[in-house]
Ligand binder design. Structure first.
Ligand code: ADP
Length: 514
């Protein structure tokens, strides 16, 4: 459904029809995860694939992320892009360097420059997140990115910020940097990948950000009256706000999904747009995927059985071609529907199925899944780790792919699964509702199975419908084919982002520098 131009009352904003018409647009794309450099979830995928798609559409887009310990030196050019910068933090400066890497565009396609903000004390650590000073770390990253642009003499037209880690940038552009001639024409776009993670800090953060004179910002939201909410700041100050599916853009306007920011989102809904993510079809292609036991395409679907057998062996499950194998890949958090899956597990595992789960996250779910796997060793395997090649083998070897999410801003797993011929079973929320249409056996339409209520019985019902349909190989093949032939590319969505950039620039011009 393409309703980005939807103008219904109560719906998110309308994006005119005129794409940007000017010299190559300069976009600085800021994200703390970028796939092939550092990734824990969908943000990393988007931050690699969208810039590549924008580059293909002629945008001078450059990506910027922190230079984490896990990024091997071999991914970086030997010469730094900016050898030394003094980045202001509170009443001092922090020394950072900017390294350079590349996102390779594939054959005949342009590469995308990647800048990595290097600071040993902040980023040379075991993990990307989970440190007591995460607020300060990402603040240094953001301020470093702005000052890097100046050092490079490259003034961006648009800074595209992603999630709370970068929410301070739109705030700075309207305050500290508002009279800075270098950024005079720079607009900001803020994308919400997950509203639940907001980055809450206290007044100390304002001091670090040199914003103490502006104080707290949400007098109308009592919960946040004395909190620095970085995602909220992104929403409040950005020239345009997007999120990663049309349905999620509508859902977050309600108290149920709004994570207490729905009043603010409703105020800004004229500039809130839902644009569904795509997937990187070059990197995620079962015809070329090196991790699969056997490569296959829509014309050679039968070769898929080898991948299923290989996955069964890898999971230590009986190699049974006719037993439906359900896969799951994702963060083990409440968001992903484990609260309704766990109570249904016993009943599900009494069916003739196999279940393979890959995920890491909340220790509570690790424990529950491990216990279920021990009890049902013949039917279930839980890999409690992060393993990209194994994820690919689950997409390419499972018959069905389960995503019973409580909420799902977009979700990539269901799209990757469809591209790999695994039929999704999803709760119809957010991007799952936008990308999976329910199978209708009479009309012969749909590409998966959906259920509406966040409830174990409804989940069980949807799985049962899938298991019944699986008994009819012709129908099942049609479902698989329809998924594999779906358009999950970034082309259309990248074009929509171009229109958002245009709108942000026009809105900034209209507003003048506030
Ligand atoms: P989210 O961004 O909420 O984590 P998405 O479905 O948007 O969820 O994206 C998840 C991405 O991370 C997919 O590319 C998925 O394959 C990958 N992923 C998640 N968990 C794992 C894991 N344990 N091992 C490998 N890949 C994973």
């Amino acid at each position: 459904m393409d309703n980005v131009g939807d103008t219904n009352a109560g719906a998110p904003g309308s994006l005119g029809k005129h794409p940007v018409q000017r010299r190559p647009l300069r976009v600085l794309f800021l994200s703390v995860e970028v796939e092939t450099f550092a990734k824990t979830g969908g943000l990393g995928d988007v931050a690699a694939a969208l810039p590549k798609a924008l580059r293909q559409q002629g945008v001078d887009v450059r990506v910027c992320l922190p230079c984490y310990r896990q990024i091997p030196e071999s991914r970086l050019d030997p010469q730094p892009a900016v050898p030394h910068l003094d980045v202001p933090v509170a009443d001092r400066t922090e020394p950072v360097a900017t390294r350079q890497g590349w996102l390779r565009g594939g054959e005949g396609e342009p590469d995308v420059p990647v800048y990595l903000i290097q600071h040993e004390r902040y980023f040379d650590r075991e993990s990307i997140y989970g440190h007591a000073d995460d607020g300060e770390r990402f603040l240094v990253f953001c301020r470093g990115a702005l000052e890097m642009c100046r050092a490079l003499g490259w003034a961006p037209d648009v800074i595209h910020c992603n999630d709370w880690h970068t929410g301070i940038i739109p705030n700075w552009l309207r305050t500290l940097y508002k009279d800075d001639p270098f950024f005079a024409d720079t607009a900001s776009v803020f994308t919400i990948h997950n509203l639940a993670y907001q980055g809450h800090f206290d007044a100390h953060f304002l001091w670090l950000a040199q914003l103490q004179e502006h104080g707290f910002l949400y007098p109308t939201i009592p919960d946040f009256a004395n909190v620095v909410n970085l995602l909220g700041r992104g929403l409040l100050f950005a020239d345009a706000v997007t999120t990663v599916s049309e349905t999620y853009a509508r859902e977050i306007l309600t108290p149920e999904y709004g994570e207490r920011l729905d009043p603010l989102l409703r105020e800004r809904q004229d500039r809130l747009f839902g644009i569904v993510n795509g997937i990187d079809e070059t990197m995620l292609d079962p015809l070329t995927d090196p991790h699969l036991a056997k490569k296959f395409g829509v014309e050679t679907l039968e070769a898929r059985t080898e991948n299923k057998a290989a996955l069964q062996r890898e999971a230590g499950l009986p190699v049974e071609p006719s037993v439906p194998l359900i896969g799951m890949v994702g963060r083990l958090s409440g968001q992903k529907g484990l609260d309704i899956l766990v109570p249904a597990l016993e009943a599900l595992l009494r069916q003739r199925i196999q279940l393979v789960v890959l995920g890491t996250g909340d220790p509570h779910y690790h424990h529950l899944l491990h216990a279920a796997e021990s009890k049902h060793a013949e039917k279930m395997r839980a890999f409690l780790t992060f393993n990209t090649p194994l994820a690919q083998r689950i997409y390419g070897g499972s018959d069905m792919f389960l995503m019973p999410s409580r909420y799902e801003p977009c979700g990539l797993g269901q799209m990757i699964a469809m591209r790999y011929g695994s039929v999704p079973i999803v709760r119809a929320t957010g991007g799952l509702a936008d990308t999976v249409q329910d199978w209708d056996p009479i009309a012969d339409t749909g590409n998966g199975f959906r259920f509406d209520a966040y409830d174990s019985f409804d989940l069980f019902g949807a799985v049962t419908r899938a298991l019944e349909t699986y008994k009819y190989p012709d129908r099942w093949r049609r479902l698989q084919r329809r998924g594999m032939e779906g358009d999950f590319s970034w082309r259309t969505s990248a074009a929509k982002y171009l229109r958002v950039y245009d709108l942000a620039l026009r809105s900034k011009e209209r507003a003048g520098v506030v």
